[in-house]
Design a protein around this ligand. Structure first.
Ligand code: ADP
Length: 508
């Protein structure tokens, strides 16, 4: 069953005709408090006046009836009154917002509708005026506008739905170089580079903002003088209460300085990478060179050593003291050179060869290394739990430990034997293998450089060596995804440690 039309209710209870009477309507209008509703005659003289009009404008009915409506207009708008009525007369309605005067001379912001009133024949009999006091709204809006306008670090402006500029703040003027008068009404694509305009970027920005609510990007924009700046932009769609898009707001920041700085950093990083690559290339070439030189030196060296010892054995007793002295010099020089060549080859082999990484039993490695030094295990303290395994390469780890033990024994205080403590401890997912001695120690300023090739702190008469041993340890540790470090005090002793991944905690 559908709801009966109003006329049928009317017929049943007979009250509608009463409601439709002018008296009822007038009562309603008169009692409205939030709107000033009144009628003026065709010449603008007030004919009726409701409660809202009295409240908003401050005049009582008796004070205002028969007076011209221009009394509500400030001096600067007096000449507009005739024109407004003219428009309402011709168009049927006129809408405007503006400052109006109360009886006490104070102003209020009015939202006004003037409607033409006709008699039954369509002749003009006057105008209805409906006015809302929007002063509070207006003040809030103005405060907000002043706030936005005063911002200087951001360009904040609005666009109509087609992208034409409708407002412009101080920041926009400062960043883009246009004054408000110059740019209002112009299309925002003027701020884009010709390249971006050609690929339709301005339209895309509005389309994305319309579809997704906002659009954010960084890019080059053009100032009035043609110069470019790197901007960070956010475009937001502005919607009315029905969700229809009425325009867009744009907030732009000039971040050229940041961009240039980032570009500079990027350029430096690229340059650095290039240099590192060049250096790596040079290093690789040098290593290849030293490898082949060392390799090729071995045959003539062996010949020198062999012939020198043959000479010594076969003709040693026929030589005089001086000649034998020379021969021994040749032999020990050849031995030194042999050691050097061996170490150099070992060092370059470490970077050239593939290193198979497997679980390695640390205690066994130490035992093998000790055996090679010929040092009885009893002369040192070894404290390595039997179950410690690292992820590494056995041969390489033995070599590294051997070098550390060799150094520990070698760099003893004059006239003393060094005591060595070899230990291993698990630290989280790493294992630290340490060789501690109570030898001569190393001054802090030298502790970093001793890991470089050929860096020695002593003459070979004092402590013989090639200066490659620690470089081998360092490279060995790194090839096994580990590292090496030293803690030392001059005259007290040193502890060298190799840190390696614990077996089972990653690679092997
Ligand atoms: P080498 O032992 O052949 O001289 P290394 O590369 O093994 O070369 O060591 C470089 C230098 O570091 C040594 O010459 C020495 O001066 C110093 N050094 C190494 N180990 C120790 C140590 N345990 N105690 C004191 N100094 C050491």
């Amino acid at each position: 069953m559908s709801t009966p039309p109003p006329s049928s209710i009317d017929n049943k209870n007979g009250s509608i005709s009463a409601l439709q009477s002018e008296g009822a309507f007038q009562t309603l209008v008169e009692s409205v408090r939030d709107y000033a509703i009144y009628i003026i005659d065709p010449h603008g003289y007030v004919v009726t006046w409701n409660l809202g009009a009295e409240r908003i404008k401050g005049y009582k009915v008796s004070e205002v009836l028969g007076r011209h409506f221009s009394i509500f207009y400030p001096a600067e708008d007096q000449e507009k009154t005739d024109w407004e009525l003219q428009v309402a007369k011709q168009e049927g309605q006129f809408k405007v917002e503006g400052w109006r005067l109360r009886k006490d001379g104070s102003r209020f912001w009015a939202d006004i509708i003037i409607t033409r009133l006709n008699d039954a024949d369509g002749n003009l009999i006057g105008f209805g005026k409906i006015i809302r006091d929007l002063t509070e709204h207006r003040i809030a809006e103005q405060k907000y506008r002043l706030l936005v306008e005063g911002v200087t670090d951001y360009a904040i402006y609005s666009l109509d739905i087609n992208g034409y500029v409708t407002s412009w703040n101080t920041g926009a003027a400062r960043i883009k170089g246009y004054s408000a008068e110059e740019i209002l009404g112009r299309h925002f694509s003027e701020f884009y580079t010709p390249e971006d305009v050609a690929v339709g970027l301005p339209q895309r920005a509005l389309k994305t903002a319309a579809e997704e609510g906002h659009f954010a990007a960084e890019g080059w924009r053009v100032r009035k003088d043609g110069s470019r700046f790197w901007s960070s932009v956010v475009v937001t769609a502005i919607k009315d209460e029905n969700g229809r898009i009425t325009g867009f707001s744009k907030v732009t920041r000039d971040i050229t300085d940041r961009k240039l700085l980032l570009d500079e950093i990027q350029r430096h990083a690229e340059e650095l990478e290039l240099r590192i690559a060049e250096r790596e290339q040079t290093n690789a070439e040098l290593e290849a060179f030293s490898y082949s030189v060392s390799h090729d030196l071995r045959a003539p060296l062996r010949a020198i050593e062999g012939y020198a010892s043959a000479l010594d054995q076969d003709y040693g007793n026929t030589l005089n003291e001086e000649a034998r002295g020379y021969l021994h010099e040749i032999q020990s020089a050849a031995t030194r050179m042999n050691r050097l060549v061996r170490d150099l080859l070992e060092y370059s082999r470490l970077s050239r060869n593939e290193l198979p990484i497997r679980p390695v039993h640390v205690r066994s490695c130490v035992a093998i290394a000790l055996k090679e030094t010929g040092e009885p295990e009893a002369s040192l303290s070894v404290s390595i739990p039997d179950d410690v395994r690292v992820s590494g390469n056995e041969q390489t780890l033995v070599q590294a430990i051997l070098n550390l033990i060799g150094n520990g024994l070698k760099f003893h205080k004059p006239g003393e034997r060094s005591h060595l403590e070899i230990s291993a401890e698990v630290r989280g997912n790493r294992v630290r293998i340490s060789v501690k001695d109570n030898g001569i120690g190393i001054a802090p300023e030298h502790q970093a450089r001793i890991f470089r090739v050929f860096e020695r702190l002593h003459g070979s008469e004092e402590y013989p060596g090639t200066g490659i041993g620690l470089a081998i340890v360092k490279r060995a540790a790194e090839r096994m995804n580990g590292s090496v470090s030293v803690v030392s005090q001059l005259g007290v002793g040193s502890t060298f440690s190799i840190d390696l991944p614990k077996s089972g905690s990653g690679t092997a």
